[in-house]
Design a protein around this ligand. Structure first.
Ligand SMILES: Nc1ncnc2c1ncn2[C@@H]1O[C@H](COP(=O)(O)OP(=O)(O)OP(=O)(O)O)[C@@H](O)[C@H]1O
Length: 205
């Protein structure tokens, strides 16, 4: 997946969060959006994902040489972010079943196998509302990383993870992230050290 931003700007009310972002996110490359708290990293990620509209400029998505409408982007991308919650009433298995009505899992993987990889095998029939914050984060990352999509969007991916969880994230991204377009919004090198390309949001103020 290739994403091209041309002079993109976003404001909330009268406050411009960023302006003049012209950047190409290339297929199978990994990018980090960096900046201090409140600088607009999450906002840019949400503009790229289509969760927020931009106020100026344009964004084009290309998949295998063909233009992709933003309204169909969700089929080809997966996102893990603090503001996108799992359905609290679902068990973990129901979360995976629901997720698979929108996207396939990576070939050869079944939900229970993935749960084992991320250390959630004992939570298969537990409702998400009873998960710890770290368990929720592991589940969100598992659903995103194991989705069979060419674009992964990760906002503060190590939020609430312990040292073992951070090591797991780094292992998974090394194994399953490097042949996809990955965009990470982060302040923490542990979350983005694998990225070859760094984008400072403060360059667009
Ligand atoms: N829905 C909204 N309405 C108004 N202002 C908003 C909204 N969402 C974000 N903002 C503002 O936009 C700015 C950028 O916020 P954003 O969450 O993108 O920052 P961030 O760089 O991801 O921060 P952090 O590192 O703390 O997660 C902040 O000033 C924030 O208050």
């Amino acid at each position: 997946m290739t994403i091209s931003l041309n002079n993109v700007g976003k404001r909330f009310n009268y406050d411009w969060i960023f302006r003049g972002v012209s950047h190409m996110f290339e297929a199978k490359q990994q990018y980090a959006i960096l900046g201090h708290n409140g600088s607009g990293k999450s906002t840019l990620l949400q503009v790229v994902s289509g969760h927020h509209h931009h106020n100026e400029g344009n964004i084009t998505y290309t998949l295998n040489g063909a233009a992709l409408d933003q309204e169909n982007l969700y089929r080809h991308s997966a996102i893990a972010a603090p503001y996108l919650e799992l359905v609290e009433e679902f068990t973990l298995l129901e979360c995976f079943d629901f997720h698979q009505t929108f996207k396939s899992l990576l070939p050869g993987y079944k939900p229970r196998e993935i749960m084992e990889v991320v250390g959630l095998e004992k939570a298969v029939n537990k409702q998400v509302r009873y998960f710890s914050s770290g368990m929720k984060q592991r589940a969100k990352l598992a659903l995103a990383i194991f989705s069979d999509v060419p674009l992964l969007l990760l906002d503060e991916p190590c939020t609430n993870l312990d040292a073992e969880g951070i090591a797991l994230y780094q292992r998974l991204i090394g194994q399953y992230g490097m042949d996809r377009t990955v965009i990470v919004s982060s302040n923490d090198p542990q979350e983005y050290s694998f990225c070859q390309h760094l984008l400072k949001i403060t360059d667009y103020k």
